[in-house]
Design a protein around this ligand. Structure first.
Ligand code: NAD
Length: 367
């Protein structure tokens, strides 16, 4: 009997459709080689959706996502200047991404920061720091904290405009993401870096209290506490000390982009956003308007998001592993997209489409 899956495909803005068109090829290839069928339903989401339908997350898209077994989302957003044409509440983060996360309570965001030793030359770090590669799983809390807290603008008694936004967490919100992080640490090297700012923020003191309680169920796991500012330095100076890292929403937003920096490009950053009943998968990066329409974006992050979906939503562990292997093979046989390398005798720079062709040809052989 065929295994049938329904996937909502949200191509997004700027480079979104370019990298999405490569990623969905994985599903077609799997259908031709395995007993799976994928129904891909495309829907508008982000700035384009606002211009076409007046809403960044239209009701019709919500209905498609509600029905889907999993959601594949491309990056959304425009340049700062172009964003000003959209009312603040409909700009893609506020109008589309945050409501998507809230709708499905996708509280656990998995952001792998991975570079094999054979790809270490892509990193801007010195070989003595990165030559063995890096393999970090950054887990970011995704539906609480400053991004979701109450927001208020006003004018105070002395006539000064002011703004106030709250960093809010319930104990359950913290506990559920910590449990996910401890489970991942248990399945990997049994070490968990807890990233916080308890020397300043009461929310971090609270977070750490919950962590101490959860840790009692995971006594086999070593917990290393690190302040977020020190963690930013340590990621550059000694990234291999990290295995699983866990942190609140905004810390994770910032440190995971730094992760892309140590790899050499945000184009190497896929992610999974997991909720109790629904998951969506997206590159960690934005829509890169600076390179849109040029067929130069790196589709690894989008294809990698498909690999994460295969593994985490559909239990297709072998197929997921082969997608990663195909991409690694392409890099290791001397091809690269322009974000990672300059052309040289050893390296051929290829376009988005060509990178996709090479990955699919490789994957077809592996499957
Ligand atoms: P960005 O992540 O889009 O780009 C930062 C830099 O990384 C740029 O130089 C870009 O060219 C490069 N880059 C990113 N992805 C790449 C890829 N796949 N291949 C090659 N190079 C790549 O960040 P930004 O410029 O600050 O934001 C652009 C828009 O994206 C904004 O509107 C922002 O709000 C939005 N955004 C969306 C998401 C999301 O959809 N989850 C996340 C972050 C930012």
């Amino acid at each position: 009997m065929t295994n049938a899956y329904k996937i909502a495909v949200l191509p997004g803005d700027a480079i979104g459709p370019e990298i999405m068109s490569q990623a969905v090829r994985v599903f077609k290839l799997l259908e031709s080689k395995r007993d799976f069928s994928f129904e891909l339903i495309s829907a508008p989401f982000g700035a384009q959706a606002y211009f076409e339908e007046g809403k960044a997350f239209p009701d019709s898209t919500k209905a498609i996502c509600d029905e889907a077994d999993a959601i594949l989302k491309g990056p959304v957003g425009l340049s700062h200047e172009a964003s000003q044409k959209i009312p603040v509440e409909e700009q893609p983060e506020r109008g589309a991404i945050l409501p998507l996360r809230a709708r499905y309570n996708t509280f656990a965001n998995f952001r792998p920061i991975f570079l094999s030793s054979n790809m270490a030359h892509f990193s801007p770090l010195k070989p003595e720091i990165i030559k063995e590669g890096v393999d970090i799983l950054l887990i970011r809390e995704l539906v609480g904290g400053l991004y979701f807290g109450e927001k208020h603008r006003g004018v105070n008694e002395s006539g000064q405009r002011f703004v106030k936004e709250a960093l809010e967490y319930t104990e359950e919100q913290v506990r559920q993401v910590l449990v996910v992080a401890f489970e991942q640490a248990r399945a990997r090297k049994k070490r968990l870096h807890n990233i916080h700012k308890s020397n300043v923020l009461m929310s971090s003191v609270f977070w750490n209290e919950i962590l101490t309680e959860v840790h009692r169920e995971y006594e086999d796991i070593e917990v290393v506490h690190l302040l977020v500012d020190a963690a930013a330095t340590a990621l550059c100076l000694n990234p291999s000390q990290f295995d699983v890292m866990v942190m609140e929403n905004m810390f994770g937003d910032i440190l995971s982009d730094q992760g892309g920096g140590i790899l050499g490009s945000l184009g190497l950053m896929p992610s999974a956003c997991i909720g109790p009943n629904k998951a969506y998968y997206e590159p960690s990066h934005g829509s890169a308007p600076d390179i849109a329409g040029q067929n130069v974006a790196n589709p690894y992050s989008m294809i990698g998001s498909v690999a994460m979906m295969l593994e985490m939503s559909f239990n297709m562990h072998e197929e997921s592993r082969l997608v990663w292997e195909a991409m690694k093979n392409v890099f290791e046989s001397g091809y690269s997209t322009a974000d990672l390398s300059k052309s040289s005798d050893d390296i051929t720079i290829v376009s988005t489409d060509r990178f996709g062709d090479l990955v699919m040809a490789n994957l077809a052989e592996l499957l």
